[in-house]
Design a protein around this ligand. Structure first.
Ligand SMILES: *[C@@H]1O[C@H](CO)[C@@H](O)[C@H](O)[C@H]1NC(C)=O
Ligand SMILES: *[C@@H]1O[C@H](CO)[C@@H](O)[C@H](O)[C@H]1NC(C)=O
Ligand SMILES: *[C@@H]1O[C@H](CO)[C@@H](O)[C@H](O)[C@H]1NC(C)=O
Ligand SMILES: *[C@@H]1O[C@H](CO)[C@@H](O)[C@H](O)[C@H]1NC(C)=O
Ligand SMILES: *[C@@H]1O[C@H](CO)[C@@H](O)[C@H](O)[C@H]1NC(C)=O
Ligand SMILES: *[C@@H]1O[C@H](CO)[C@@H](O)[C@H](O)[C@H]1NC(C)=O
Ligand SMILES: *[C@@H]1O[C@H](CO)[C@@H](O)[C@H](O)[C@H]1NC(C)=O
Ligand SMILES: *[C@@H]1O[C@H](CO)[C@@H](O)[C@H](O)[C@H]1NC(C)=O
Length: 487
């Protein structure tokens, strides 16, 4: 391949149509911020999965090449998989499992029972591809310990829903992303369909408790806890929580569908698909003309309720995934509008409020929502441990272009999505959200694949120009990938 030509071809396309797409340099900056920011258990798990989805799609659960993935790592994916394996290695090494310790979550001392399971996908992949034979780390044992902990130690409701918290039974919408995708992936990699059934059952139970028919099927955030410092409940319809639920369900659908057991789980996939659509319908009924969700979707923007680009990115990503996996295009027009708003340039006509969300220097104001000012981290046990940031090098080589995102309305100059909910305090506006950065990667990944597959349902979205953008990005990504591989 004549690489320099290909580079300039891609660059030309990108410069022509950059108005509503992030450039590769933008994405690299977003990825680097995610790497430095992600420290809590769910942030590490979310980071690992977003890296797979965007940079190593052959090892993603969304890969149409099928599951289980290849047991050997092709040379052209070694560098892209390195940060994912690094997360698994750091976490499992810190765990220090021994023969006398009972089953435990992948991150010890985390008050959340559900969150550490999200790292399980990276740990299972590390085992599957034989990383342990090189570094001596027992990934299978750690994954098994997390599984047994989740199934046999964590408290449950009387009908079997596994608590999101260690110290008491409390269900969080977040858990749908953290736990069932791990159970399903474990089931497929070990040929244990009981675990696929359990993944489905958990989601069904969670929906029974969290779906709010009085709010047209939006999901509540947190229920059943004793509403004290350890377990503040949150009956509000947290936008990110609705996104976690839809995204977790889509991961389980993909894991089933791309596995050898797809036919055995067709009715479960059908149910899950209808529950994803139910959330999309409920959420988009509430979005206003900015095409950015508020932190609690059914509460209009006000002095107490801010816009949240993190949940908007996550929800939009799930609409493209639903288009690809389920052939469901009904909400594509909404997702396209969200994506255009999220990636709008400061001057762009689609950005009706050019200063919207831009952080002023020194502005640390956090607006408190009426419904919740509870702290996610404060509600963790005092021994809550954060895993030390991985020493992983960012994906891009030092020579890859990185640039400030100074021209984008919804990113700070140094490349953080804004405005966002504080990921450690779900009722409060924050500054840097690692999970928000991961949601941007998920949006980019799903959008790229949607475009590469011919933008199914694009007519419903009424846009054709977007196809050019995606193709240019895909072409550029491949070019950069091959440059890195040959570097
Ligand atoms: C990776 O996926 C592509 C399609 O997305 C496929 O053509 C290719 O064979 C896959 N490679 C491996 C090693 O599975
Ligand atoms: C690696 O090569 C395969 C073809 O063998 C291709 O499908 C895949 O996209 C490549 N992966 C990356 C990350 O470049
Ligand atoms: C095994 O792990 C448990 C729990 O982490 C710890 O209390 C115990 O001291 C460890 N035992 C050994 C021999 O390392
Ligand atoms: C670990 O990987 C091996 C294949 O190398 C597989 O047989 C085993 O079931 C895996 N264990 C887990 C817990 O995934
Ligand atoms: C609430 O649950 C926590 C965790 O189990 C417990 O420590 C605390 O005592 C409980 N508070 C009340 C008032 O029941
Ligand atoms: C599947 O996993 C469950 C939970 O770990 C276990 O109890 C069961 O024995 C496994 N089934 C098979 C066939 O391995
Ligand atoms: C417009 O920007 C201002 C200043 O950042 C912000 O307070 C306001 O919420 C934005 N309005 C809309 C509709 O985006
Ligand atoms: C915004 O508009 C100003 C004035 O027309 C122009 O100088 C600047 O380059 C524009 N910025 C972008 C990102 O288009």
């Amino acid at each position: 391949m004549h690489r320099p030509l290909a580079v300039s071809f891609a660059a030309t396309l990108l410069s022509l149509v950059s108005a509503q797409a992030l450039s590769e340099a933008d994405i690299t900056t977003v990825t680097q911020n995610l790497a430095t920011g992600a420290q809590q258990s769910w942030e590490l798990g979310t980071r690992a999965q977003s890296l797979l989805d965007l940079y190593v799609p052959n090892f993603s659960v969304f890969s149409s090449t099928g599951l289980p993935p290849s047991a050997s790592v092709p040379s052209n994916t070694t560098s892209a998989l390195a940060p994912v394996f690094s997360i698994a290695k750091n976490v499992v090494s810190a765990l220090k499992l021994n023969s006398t310790s009972g089953p435990s979550g992948l991150v010890g001392g985390d008050g959340a029972a559900g969150d550490p399971a999200s790292i399980g996908v990276a740990v299972l992949l590390a085992n599957w591809t034989g990383q342990g034979s090189g570094d001596g780390v027992d990934y299978a044992k750690a994954a098994q310990s997390q599984l047994e902990y989740t199934l046999n130690v964590v408290p449950r409701t009387s009908d079997g829903a596994i608590s999101h918290r260690v110290a008491q039974v409390q269900l969080w919408s977040d858990s749908v992303f953290m736990v069932p995708p791990f159970l399903a992936y474990y089931g497929v990699l070990t040929g244990n369909t009981t675990l696929l059934t359990e993944a489905y059952n958990q989601i069904k139970l969670y929906r029974n408790y969290l779906r709010d028919t009085d709010a047209k099927n939006l999901w509540k955030h947190i229920v059943l806890g004793n509403n004290t410092q350890d377990g503040p409940n949150d009956d509000g319809h947290w936008s990110t929580g609705n996104g976690w639920a839809a995204a977790g369900m889509l991961r389980v659908i993909a894991t089933m569908k791309n596995s050898p057991y797809s036919k055995d789980f067709s009715s479960q996939q059908k149910d899950l698909a209808s529950w994803v659509k139910e959330i999309h319908t409920a959420m988009f009924a509430n979005i206003d003309s900015t095409n950015i969700f508020t932190n609690y979707a059914d509460k209009p923007a006000s002095s107490d309720m801010f816009y949240d680009t993190a949940s908007t990115s996550l929800i939009a990503s799930t609409v493209y995934r639903a288009a690809l996996l389920l052939n469901d295009h009904s909400h594509l027009p909404n997702a396209e509008k969200c994506r255009e708003a999220l990636f709008a340039t400061s001057n762009s006509s689609s950005s009706s409020n050019s200063t919207f969300g831009r952080r002023q220097a020194g502005d640390s104001s956090a607006s408190h929502s009426a419904s919740a000012s509870a702290s996610r981290s404060a509600s963790r046990s005092s021994g809550a441990s954060s895993v030390s940031p991985s020493s992983t090098a960012p994906l891009a080589s030092p020579s890859a272009t990185t640039a400030p995102l100074s021209k984008l309305a919804h990113f700070t100059d140094d490349g953080w999505l804004t405005p966002v909910v504080n990921p450690h305090q779900f009722g409060v506006q924050g500054q840097n959200s690692p999970e928000g950065q991961a949601f941007v990667l998920e949006l980019q990944a799903a959008y790229n694949e949607w475009v590469a597959s011919g933008s199914p349902g694009a007519n419903a979205a009424g846009r054709t120009a977007s196809a050019v953008v995606g193709w240019a990005w895909v072409a550029g990504c491949v070019v950069v990938g091959s440059l890195l591989a040959y570097a």
